[in-house]
Design a protein around this ligand. Structure first.
Ligand code: NAD
Length: 573
């Protein structure tokens, strides 16, 4: 997996995997030391990593993780971008992204279903789509967005899956050409009229098209707003979170950008934020003209406010974040970006795994529908992998079934399970994963840290706790997990415990915060009915009304579960 994240990463020579600066290891000597340690590691030992450098090996026993990793966790007062860049330049730390340093990145495949779920939720929320017919409501519609990098390049593919046309603005032609070579783009042009013409032609002919426009997003968004052209949906996935390395300012070309980052980094940051603010102004104008506008997890609004000043915050924050606006009901049920990787490298194993996922969850037909779409639309990158949004109880059920297939030889080799760190329990970022939490816990890092502790306690194979770096310094804390189904009978217990602990904590966190979907999940034993968790405090008893997330305490609601010891949990122990 370490080699795989580099193989599918954006700039392997510099160990950079994605999101501008997210790295797999701190330096090449550190990378070699990690690989050497992994190859020598005994099953009773744990390799300990600090910010992408191998520190040592500790005797822990066979049930303990093989790798424990902490990346750039820094006391609050020192968690700022300036201090991060200085320490990173001195070789003292790095940013691990979410999945980069935890060796879980599978290229754009990893975020593709998230973007698909997002467009689907928008179709239901704004365009009257019924569940499972989102594509019909999006026919003839189009999204204006930007960024065709590691994650952003998933956007045109996800849009096409739902019959939605896309116009994606990207400054780096090489990124567009790379994606076009996979067949995911129909048109690459540097002419705005040609790009808009292709979108209109597709709408007239009732087909979906994917257009890349080689230009600066700030210029194009303002121009489109100025012309009175109104897209149906508007967002952005440049790496705007990092004003120094992630967003090309207006008036720069790629070469000037690289040079000025060295000679005048503060000047570049100021210029980038001014351009982001111009882009955000255009997005607000498009919202006023009727477009559905949202931020897709890249701190765009924060950067705009840095430039415009706090007085502009209310205006800028009219743009909602994607999690609060669309995806939280799924996270509340522990449904999030689960993934598996066929370590054999065999596409036949990939087929066996897809078939299993398609038939294992008849109560949620959307899973089989996703697998079918993914098989047809998702270009392969690196080891055969699939991202699939499974929920509490489903992930462990799938992993245990896979373990049997490894044992009986239906699969050629073990299978690794993992997920994005942006998941139900695993992430705190008050402008991304936890924006607008009903109990005000947007900035609390308790749950990702508890998640990491629980994952280690339940015997996952790799557990990582990451804090933000670069433009995300001081903004995020996350936990990552990988666990391998190797076909051994004793692995079943670890698979079940760790995967259920991960999603179970996610459900509890949302129940604790007052989300009714989570309360229902607790009552039902997860999506399968087979994943009990014990909940000790109803949100109502803490003064949160689950229907609104606020309001009067309903202290008369007894806690039904507190006095019902959970039989299955006791048995598992
Ligand atoms: P990346 O660095 O690989 O790609 C960013 C792309 O934006 C590059 O191709 C760059 O050339 C382009 N770009 C920069 N400035 C531009 C401008 N002014 N106009 C047009 N294009 C410009 O980053 P990535 O991995 O694709 O991630 C993008 C952002 O998405 C990051 O901020 C990341 O943190 C965020 N992200 C969100 C989610 C989510 O779940 N919503 C998931 C992963 C990443």
């Amino acid at each position: 997996m370490f080699e795989n994240v580099l193989e599918v990463g954006e700039n392997p020579d510099e160990l950079i995997v994605y999101a501008a600066l997210g790295k797999a290891a701190r330096s090449w000597p550190d990378a070699h030391a990690i690989v050497h340690a992994l190859l020598e590691l005994d099953e009773r030992q744990t390799l300990v990593l600090a910010s992408g450098a191998a520190v040592g090996i500790i005797e822990t026993g066979t049930q303990a993780p093989l790798v424990l990793s902490a990346v750039n966790n820094t006391v609050g007062r020192w968690s700022d971008a300036e201090r991060f860049y200085a320490r990173a330049d001195a070789g003292q730390t790095m940013w691990g992204g979410l999945t980069a340093a935890a060796w879980q990145y599978i290229g754009r495949q990893g975020v593709l279903q998230g973007t698909y779920e997002l467009f689907g939720a928008i179709a239901r929320t704004h365009f009257g789509a019924a569940p499972s017919s989102e594509g019909t409501a999006l026919d003839g519609r189009w999204v204006l967005t930007a960024g065709l990098g590691g994650m952003g390049s998933a956007q045109p593919i996800s849009a096409r899956m739902l019959g939605l046309s896309s116009l994606t603005v990207e400054v780096d032609e090489a990124k567009a050409d790379r994606l076009a070579a996979t067949g995911a783009l129909d048109v690459v042009t540097s002419d705005t009229d040609a790009a808009l013409g292709a979108i209109s032609a597709a709408a007239r002919s009732g087909t979906a098209t994917a257009v890349a426009l080689i230009a600066n997003a700030a210029d194009v968004f303002a121009e489109i707003a100025g012309r009175g052209v109104v897209p149906d949906i508007v967002t952005d996935q440049t790496a705007a979170h990092d004003a120094r390395y992630g967003y090309l300012p207006q008036g720069y070309d790629l070469d000037t950008w690289r040079q000025r980052r060295e000679s005048d980094p503060e000047g570049v940051e100021a210029d980038a934020r001014a351009s982001i603010a111009a882009q955000v102004r255009a997005m607000l104008a498009l919202a006023d003209a009727g477009a559905v506008v949202f931020e897709n997890g890249n701190n765009l609004r924060v950067q705009a406010v840095e430039h415009l000043g706090e007085a502009a915050a209310d205006e800028v924050n009219r743009i909602p974040g994607f999690m609060e606006a669309y995806l939280r009901p799924l996270f509340a049920r522990g449904i999030g970006p689960f993934r598996w990787v066929a370590l054999s490298g065999s596409t036949q194993d990939q087929r066996v795994l897809d078939d299993l996922a398609s038939r294992l969850f008849p109560a949620r037909p959307e899973i089989a529908r996703w697998i079918d779409l993914a098989r047809r639309h998702v270009p392969a990158q690196g080891l055969p992998a699939r991202s699939c949004w499974l929920g509490h109880g489903e992930r462990s059920a799938f992993a245990v079934a896979v373990n049997e297939l490894v044992a009986d030889g239906s699969l050629e080799a073990p299978v690794l399970f993992s997920r994005d760190h942006l998941d139900s329990a695993a992430m705190t970022h008050p402008r991304i994963g936890t924006e607008g939490m009903r109990d005000g816990s947007d900035g609390s890092t308790d749950f990702p840290l508890l998640d990491g502790l629980l994952l280690a306690a339940t015997g996952a194979d790799l557990v990582a706790i990451h804090s933000g770096g670069g433009g995300y310094s001081g903004w995020m804390q996350s936990a990552g997990v990988s666990i391998v189904a190797d076909g051994r009978p004793e692995t079943v217990v670890r698979l079940r415990r760790s995967l259920d602990a991960d999603t179970g904590l996610g459900v509890l966190r949302h129940a604790f915060a007052g989300y009714p979907e989570a309360e229902a999940s607790v009552a039902a034993g997860g999506e399968t009915g087979d994943a009990p968790v014990t909940w000790l405090q109803r949100s109502a008893a803490r003064g949160l009304d689950p229907s609104t997330g606020s309001g009067q305490a309903k202290l008369d609601q007894p806690n039904q579960r507190i006095d019902q010891p959970n039989q299955s949990i006791e048995e598992n122990r």
